[in-house]
Design a binder for this molecule. Structure first.
Ligand code: PGA
Length: 246
């Protein structure tokens, strides 16, 4: 299976021109890397008109209704019309800064999967506790996937993003990560049976061009969700290249 390497640009990039330059550089490199599925998630305002040459387009969030009186929101069908293929849902920055609840995340996951978008559902604990499988990961997954059928779950990707590792320079160690990936897959197994073995589980949290390789070689890891290092095309290309070596 291809490694999924996601660029989460967050609320960065200053213009359409800058967005296009970054996308073009990443796209050019990713066309050579057959073992990589690169996904580019800029802010909504820069998504329109982008062409997914070598890179799939993704959004950083989505709303759960198709249309109507929902000021400021963007619907799954709107994203589809722009050629978007992936959407990040439940990122901890949204859960923390905007009070996004599991109930909201669940509705978003359902709505996005129903129109055929691939969902990257983010879960992760706030504080590291050595040797303990984070209960919050189970709680989030259980609530966020409530009512998501097997059929819908075919387009589901889980991103394990420990909050203590996001933007901090601290990372999970690959050995620990293998354990968490098994833990997450068991939870998915309870929902989806054997299908869980084919569901990609990504790691995110201070991934950079130096540590990407060791995370990608951790057994069961299907790719990476990259924040800060995705703003620099050279670093992101090195991260993508690390996948090809695995
Ligand atoms: P980071 O962000 O790579 O800057 O830690 C990851 C994320 O929040 O998706």
């Amino acid at each position: 299976m291809k490694k999924i390497i996601v660029a989460n640009l967050k609320m960065n990039l200053a213009s359409v021109a800058e967005t296009r330059r970054l996308l073009a550089a990443i796209g050019k490199a990713s066309r050579r890397l057959k073992a990589v599925e690169a996904v580019f998630c800029p802010p909504f305002v820069f998504l329109g008109g982008l062409k997914d040459g070598g890179v799939k387009l993704g959004a950083q969030d989505v709303f759960w209704e198709v249309s109507g009186a929902y000021t400021g929101e963007i619907s799954p069908t709107m994203l589809k019309k722009l050629g978007v293929k992936y959407v990040i849902i439940g990122h901890s920055e949204r859960r923390e800064n905007l009070g996004e609840t599991d109930e909201m995340v669940n509705k978003k996951v359902k709505a996005a999967l129903q129109v055929g978008l691939k969902v990257i559902l983010c879960v992760g604990e706030k504080i590291r506790e050595d040797g303990v499988m984070p209960p919050i990961v189970k709680e989030e997954l259980t609530r966020d996937l409530d009512g998501i059928t097997r059929k819908l779950a075919r387009n589901l990707i889980i991103a394990y993003e420990p909050i203590w590792a996001i933007g901090t320079g601290k990372t999970d160690n690959p050995k620990n990560l293998v354990g968490i990936v098994i833990y997450i897959r068991r939870i998915l197994f309870d929902f989806y049976g054997r299908m869980a073995y084919d569901m990609p589980i990504l790691y995110g949290g201070s991934v950079n061009e130096k540590n990407a390789g060791e995370f990608l070689s951790a057994k069961g890891v299907g790719g990476l969700l990259v924040g800060g290092a995705s703003l620099d095309s050279k670093k992101f290309i090195k991260i993508m290249s690390a996948s090809s070596l695995k």
